[in-house]
Design a protein around this ligand. Sequence first.
Ligand code: PLP
Length: 367
Amino acid sequence: MLNKGRTEEELFSFFEQKKEEDLDYRFILSSMCTLPHPIAVKMHDMFLETNLGDPGLFSGTASLERLLIERLGTLFNLPAAGGYATSGGTESNIQALRCARKSKKEIATPNVVVPESAHFSFKKACDILCLEMRTVPLDSMLKMDAGRAAEIIDKNTVCLVGIAGTTEYGMVDPIPELAAIAHEQGTYFHVDAAFGGMVLPFLDRHIPFDFSVPGVTSIAVDPHKMGMSTIPCGCLLVRDPAILSPLNIDTPYLSVKQEFTLSGTRPGAPVAGALAVLDYLGVEGMRAVVQGCMKNTWRLIDGMDTFGIQRAVTPDMNVATFVCTHAPDRWKVSWTRRGHLRIVCMPHVHRDRIEMFLEDIGEMYAR
Ligand SMILES: *Cc1c(COP(=O)(O)O)cnc(C)c1O
């Protein structure tokens, strides 16, 4: 601590300098986060002091959280779905595995079956919950091989996980086949749609991944990615609200008697922001955003192709990956574990940015 406080001007000049050290979103092509929608920023400001960890004190904000879950449940074809707002995909996945583990207390050596493409949050979740993590190889399209999943799942499996929109390649696992395998084994089936949950419902092509698929037990979705909310806002949705009940613990001195959430104090501001974006844009508006991102993804893939840079795979969503070893310096891109160049065409990655990037990389690779 400083012994004597600083003036506001001193603070501003220091914090502004720090802010300038951050990268500018206009050059960030590697992130699944994006600039929040202006309506989210406004509502975030309005709900800045709210704490969903004590919902009896903030009953209006708590009802906005229920509305957000209801909107997403409806989007995922189950308006009566249960759930709550998390800090993001990591917490949603941890909590889903907790629910799954609790549903099979009798198993002494529990395991979880995930695809090789699973997000690293499953490693954290399995570590915390002392679960063995078994990984299933991918097929040539970099989707979970359902046949191999059926071989690897066993009577000690407490959860099968499918990914609807992989972080690295934007692929959707064969959710209906995986759901059938989980059902046959009597196992909890969690779909990680942290990224894809706000993309897939708005594509022209129908890709099944949600509660309309029998056997899907829970879904993780992150409004703070394609939902353009402020950070942090994820959601965990469950087919039956009772699925969360085993997580309940008693909460003395709060306005509610029990809670099933992982965090205690929870921000209401990004939840208000997330709901505001959905209600401001509606299905039509979200469709326009997502289709714009898909159009840019295809422009990028086609543009790269003209330089002889091949796509690594044809993505189901707005994640483009390439067989390519170098990218122009001023752009922040990322590289997959398999060594492919990866670009996420988020809402802030406008068409002119794609054209600028293509121009830059064209100079490096032009034949
Ligand atoms: C981003 C992502 C996560 C993790 O979400 P955080 O909000 O970063 O915790 C989990 N799974 C998938 C598929 C993701 O894309």
